[in-house]
Write a protein that binds this ligand. Structure first.
Ligand SMILES: Cc1cc2nc3c(=O)[nH]c(=O)nc-3n(C[C@H](O)[C@H](O)[C@H](O)COP(=O)(O)OP(=O)(O)OC[C@H]3O[C@@H](n4cnc5c(N)ncnc54)[C@H](O)[C@@H]3O)c2cc1C
Ligand code: FES
Length: 559
């Protein structure tokens, strides 16, 4: 990451029980009865008819947890609040609103947690990706304090939910360590320690080295009371609690039109309508916003490997260096008690502006093996997308230039686990008409003057991407696209996204992104079409996976 910047209903009970074993330590009979009461809402789906996942790679979390699955919305419904998006932001908001007595409906066009949340590395931190010295410069000392306070509160909120709902998700508190690469000055750490302490993190301190035996980090900044967990096990528990509290979750349900007003309306691709007192768009990047937010944040791909290490050979902790982009490291349980899995991430690039994932994974592995020579097999390789905002903090609150009952949560800035949880807390307050001290800091309408140069740089970069309209295609003819791959082909004035399946069959759609007309690029690693302008992504057949686009790539017109 960057620092600067279907199944018969009678199968329900057994499946519900299976899920209970995954997400919870204990299951009470009343809870199961409530689940049964929700039978018409919660069922295993046989096959996905909408999107399944946001890419082809598989994270360690996807391989080690099952999630409850839900049916699609088949009728018009009404609720106090409709939440679009069932990642950590949407589900946390639904859970906290439900606890506050609001009726909620959650819609997702995949299974739940099939967006970036299943691709995270789940460091739960106050040691934010954007350092406190930068946050203080852009948001003032008070702003930096509120940022630190809100992320600490988010970790405590997750801890409280894990405890209250008895979710068995490997949550644990631990220390975080920030170090500089070998031979570099540690002045940056001294500056960051002072800024973090001014932000109220008075227990942040310097240590002679991080507790890693395989290399000497040198002087290292230590952040107490950080945490980690298994995000999918956590969200499985949260989804079950939402249903227990009367919430309704529908999946394979694409929100095609979102409108605020006296009564908010969410129209689905299949023609159903949800009406609600308020709507929360928690689609990672807002699919209801054309420009306002997307000029203030940029999408980056980031890469992760999970490697086997002997159990206990790497001390538990969260580790980050200060390279650009930086490396991020943690441990997770392995299926074997003799081993741990060392999770190492980094090598970010702007979405749609590079297609060299293999080289990035190789460099990541090289860095990891140089620093952790006890590493043996690489068990996992995956990539995902983060949204870097121009001023380092998320956008959570009322959607700019919209009706007052439309809310968004976006701009994770690499800290989406806590930003998503802050969204749950803050939006629950705003929807109930309560004051919240964090609302100005996270206001999506904010203009941070000291981030103007970052704003200009990002938007010049976006403008440059439209030059792709004038360039030749990646290959001259469709027949030159290798099986299992995709390429953009120029046909007269048009650009066509051509995918050749493994059997050699060609699949074509327009290469023009339906958001604001960028030309998509093929991502060989995830087998997706990625837009270099604002990060929209589409599967190989052109079906939208990530916003801001809300619709698919257009079919090719037959002349
Ligand atoms: C590799 C990687 C490492 C990371 N590491 C960390 C970390 O260590 N710590 C940290 O705090 N953060 C980390 N992050 C960031 C964090 O994982 C994300 O910011 C966070 O998971 C985003 O959650 P979300 O709920 O906003 O979005 P998502 O999880 O993407 O959920 C959005 C949901 O909206 C649905 N959706 C989209 N459009 C529609 C539509 N039109 N209709 C219906 N549904 C729709 C999607 O299907 C999806 O399920 C990392 C991210 C990546 C990729
Ligand atoms: S994401 Fe904005 S033009 Fe494609």
């Amino acid at each position: 990451m960057r620092r600067s910047e279907i199944v018969p209903a009678n199968r329900f009970r057994r499946n519900a029980w299976d899920r209970c074993e995954i997400g919870r330590k204990t299951i009470s009979a009343p809870w199961l009865a409530q689940c049964a009461a929700a039978e018409n809402r919660l069922s295993y789906m046989g096959e996905c008819h909408m999107k399944d996942h946001a890419g082809r790679s598989t994270s360690i979390w996807m391989a080690t947890a099952k999630l409850p699955r839900f049916s699609k919305l088949l009728t018009n419904e009404q609720a106090d609040v409709c939440i679009v998006g069932a990642g950590i932001a949407g589900l946390t908001t639904a859970y906290l609103l439900g606890r506050a007595g609001k009726s909620v409906i959650v819609l997702d066009d995949g299974p739940i947690v099939s967006g970036e949340t299943e691709r995270t590395t789940a460091h739960l931190v106050t040691a934010l990706d954007n350092q406190y010295s930068d946050l203080e410069r852009m948001h003032g000392e008070k702003g930096a304090q509120l940022a630190a306070e809100s992320h600490a509160a988010a970790i405590s909120q997750i801890e409280a939910i894990v405890r209250d709902e008895q979710i068995d998700c490997d949550f644990e508190r631990l220390y975080g360590y920030l170090f500089v690469p070998d031979g570099e000055s540690t002045d940056i750490l001294d500056k960051e320690m002072s800024a973090a302490q001014r932000a109220g993190l008075t227990d942040v301190h310097m240590v002679a080295r991080a507790p890693i035996t395989s290399f000497d980090t040198g002087r290292t900044l230590c952040f107490p009371r950080q945490a980690q967990f298994h995000p999918l096990k956590y969200l499985a528990g949260l989804a079950e609690a939402i249903i227990r509290d009367g919430g309704r979750i529908y999946t394979q349900t694409h929100a095609a039109k979102i409108e605020g007003g006296k009564s908010a309306r969410i129209e689905t691709l299949d023609g159903q309508t949800v009406t609600a007192g308020a709507v929360v768009v928690a689609t990672n990047t807002p699919v209801n916003d054309l420009l306002a937010i997307h000029t203030k944040q940029a999408a980056y791909r980031t890469f992760v490997i999970g490697a086997t290490v002997p159990a206990g050979s790497v001390s538990k902790g969260l580790y980050w260096d200060t390279t650009e982009p930086f490396h991020y490291v943690r441990l997770s349980r392995s299926s074997s008690t003799a081993n741990d899995v060392l999770i190492v991430g980094g090598e970010d690039h702007k979405t749609g502006q590079a297609d060299d994932a293999e080289a990035r994974y190789v460099r990541l592995e090289g860095w990891a093996r140089a620093h952790f020579p006890m590493m043996t097999d690489i068990e996992f390789r995956w990539s995902g997308q983060v949204l870097a905002t121009v001023d380092g903090l998320a956008f959570i609150g009322r959607n700019p230039m919209d009706e007052p009952n439309v809310y968004i949560a976006t701009g994770d800035s690499g800290n989406g686990m806590t930003h998503g949880t802050i969204a749950g807390i803050l939006l629950t307050d705003l929807i109930q008409g309560k004051d919240n001290a964090w609302s100005t800091l996270y206001d999506p309408s904010r203009k941070t003057l000291s981030a103007l140069s970052a704003f200009a740089k990002e938007n010049l970069n976006v403008a440059a991407q439209y030059a792709d309209w004038a360039t030749p295609g990646d290959v001259e003819e469709d027949v030159l696209v290798p099986p299992g791959s995709g390429a953009v082909v120029r046909r007269g004035l048009k650009k066509i996204a051509v995918y050749c399946d493994d059997a050699g069959q060609l699949h074509e759609c327009s290469a023009v992104c339906p958001h604001l007309g960028g030309i998509v690029a093929w991502n060989h690693s995830e087998k997706t079409w990625d837009c270099p302008c604002h990060g929209s992504r589409f599967d190989k057949s052109g079906k939208v996976l990530n916003g801001p686009a809300i619709s698919n790539l257009s079919p090719v017109e037959i002349p």
